[in-house]
Design a protein around this ligand. Sequence first.
Ligand SMILES: *Cc1c(COP(=O)(O)O)cnc(C)c1O
Length: 368
Amino acid sequence: MNVPFLDLHAGYLELKPEIDEAVARVLDSGWYLMGEQLEAFEIEYAAYLGVRHCIGVGNGLDALHLALQAMEVGPGDEVIVPSNTYIATWLAVSQTGATVVPVEPDQGTYNLDPARIEAAITERTRVICPVHLYGQPADMQPISDLATRYGLLVLEDAAQAQGARYQGQRVGGLGHAAGWSFYPGKNLGAMGDAGAVTTNDDVLAARVRLLRNYGSKQKYVHEIQGTNSRLDELQAAVLRVKLRHLDTWNARRARIASHYQQALQDTDLQLPVVLDQTEPVWHLYVVGSRQRDVLQRQLTEQGISTLIHYPCPPHLQGAYRSAGWSAGTFPISEHIHAEVLSLPIGPHLTDDQVEAVVQAVHHVSVTG
Ligand SMILES: *Cc1c(COP(=O)(O)O)cnc(C)c1O
């Protein structure tokens, strides 16, 4: 049996009548940017998360970058980021002219290790940017406590965690602001690029609103030098439809994850560790193996598609060559990058496909 990593087309087919109708309504309206679909999505997503403000933007990278700009982060400032994350977290900081200060993750949860943050704080530090990696909430309480103690801001990179909860509260309102991506493969995904900033802070919200649209509230009046990063009406209409199904789809992911957790317990894979008081949304189901490349090859031979998130940490990418980090600088992150493998998980995997993955992994662990 062939098991795809993620079937986006199946997601469209399930909601086709609703999505087609929403898209047709936008096309017929003759209004394609900064209209009622965006306004409605912003209100609905803020309500879903329980935050005061949601500002739609062009993509997740812009969301993080605009939030940092609204926080007035710039050259000379430092921002603490996880050493293991998708490179967008780092690029958002670098685009402001500020310096990334990578901090190593916890080996078990793959998320920023709060115990390592304090040593990285200097008088230039302005923001801590935890990432809810793979859909698992970062340990926000100790991070917020540190931020309060040192007068820092907290920006959540929530791109992989639409709907996840920490201490009963949805992520995205746990810091001063959060950046979201609605890239098609995320748990809440558009049919193209889209993103958002959420915040409970009225001042930050007003700044992001100005920044995303040429620094303008009123046409042809430009209060600041903004950019063009808007969430268009078609994407907003699609996201409104999909938001209504997000909890159901996340619940399907959780069911698959819980099946994997039980069925793979007897293997020597490192299975995901879930922190107390968190409800992950299983954007990815990531296992660790010392024989990761062999495991991946043998799963591929059995028709099981897997991916590696991520094959190379940001500090060893060409993009950060000028910073001069060499192999061995962030050993925990490097170790993680060498061992992780993401098994298929998505709301449209069938029970048979999930079972095929489990069987294939068992087959590999005995033979390989
Ligand atoms: C997807 C992602 C982003 C960037 O989102 P885009 O919409 O692709 O710009 C940022 N951070 C993390 C952790 C992501 O997974």
